[in-house]
Each structure stands twice: as structure tokens, then as C-alpha cells.
Design a protein around this ligand. Sequence first.
Ligand code: ADP
Ligand code: NI
Length: 218
Amino acid sequence: MKKQSVLQKTRVYVQKVLRGDSSGHDFSHTERVAKLALHIAQIEGKGDVFIIELAALLHDISDWKFAGGDENAGPKKAEEWLLSLSVPDDIMRSVATIIREVSFKGAGVPTKPGSPEGMIVQDADRLDAMGAIGIARAFAFGGKTERAMHTPSIRPKLHASFLEYKKSKSSTINHFYEKLLLLRPLMNTKTAKKIAGKRHIILKNYLQEFMNEWNMKA
Ligand code: ADP
Ligand code: NI
């Protein structure tokens, strides 16, 4: 099957799988990650664009956050899909590896992907957790998973292991300190670092305003 047909069929498949999502992991997230990743790849002049686009499209079809904590569910589902399209084994494995590597796993847990394609998809996914859309996604996710917006009595925690991070039920505001504000220096590519700079400032300004209003200073 031609690469363009594989991509088109995958888009339709992912759209169907993610239909109705209200946690910030909907098809529009997937599309933004794919577009951003291709943009980064083009500017950096790195990575196989077929693998990048496939991995970006498939990276959230069965995220551990919704698959009962199972980190293998996503890569496995992507492999099954690509197998059904007779995509060559090496490409299928590369895509599954990227999906396994891409996710944030806690402040103290290193997650640098092993390939340029993985680094680019990870950067794009993380950029979509920052800035104005990142803020919207964080509160959508928080609402969906029954987290409080803000509980000042509970301090943010820098999780040292994936298990600890997975189990955490912290507030959405704490999530800013536990993940979102830590992302800028973790970007793998120069292109993403530049975009992250702007989005980081949006997060900081937003938090400042949130705290002002919370404390009735504004
Ligand atoms: P990752 O796999 O790196 O977590 P995703 O594409 O799955 O990336 O994005 C996770 C999204 O869910 C982000 O927008 C993030 O802000 C949100 N999220 C994850 N955990 C929390 C939390 N505890 N509180 C609020 N939002 C969260
Ligand atoms: Ni994602």
C-alpha cells in the first residue's frame, strides 16, 4: 500500500477511535501534534517523515492514562493497526517504540527517546501541553479525571518514579508545577525549544493571574 494511503487510512481510524474524547486527547490534539512534528522535522532537516507522521497520529490511541495504567496498550494497538495495513515490520516497530517513549513519566524520570523521529514527536506532543491550548487541555483532563482545579493545602510533588506519577491524583494547578513548567528545558530540538519559550511564558502569566484572582488581589 502507498504511504499516502496508509496515512489517510490511519487518520480516519484515529478519528474514529478518539471520537467523543473530552480529556484533551481528541483527534484535534493528534492532528496538531502531527503538524507540529512535521514542521519541526522540516526546519531541523531530520527524521523520516512517514514514521514521524504515523507515530504522531497513533501516539494517543490507547494512552496509559486511560488504559488502566497499561503502558503497553498503546504501542500494541498501533502495531495491530499497522499490521492490518501490511506496513513493513521495521516501520511498525519504530512507530511502536516511539509511542512507548513519548510520554512524560514524572519530573525525576528520564524519557529521552532513542531516535530523531521519537525526539521530534515527543517535542510536538509536549508543546501541545504548553501555551493556551496546553492550559485548556490540562483543565479538560482535570475535569474528566475528577481532579480539583486547585487545592492550596496540597503542595506539588516532583515524582521520582513513573509509578508514583501514575498514581498521583493531584490538582490541575499542581500539574503545572509537576509537569507543564518543567517541559521547556526538556525539549530535544532547537526548533521546539524556541516555540516552548513563548508557550512557557503563557503558562507563567496565566498562573500569576490565577493566583491573583484566587487571593483576591486583582
Ligand atoms: P503525555 O503522554 O506526555 O502525558 P499527552 O498528550 O497524553 O502527553 O498529554 C497529557 C495531557 O493531559 C496534557 O495536556 C496534560 O496537561 C494533561 N494532564 C496529565 N496529567 C494531568 C493532571 N494531573 N492534571 C491536569 N492535567 C493533566
Ligand atoms: Ni499526546
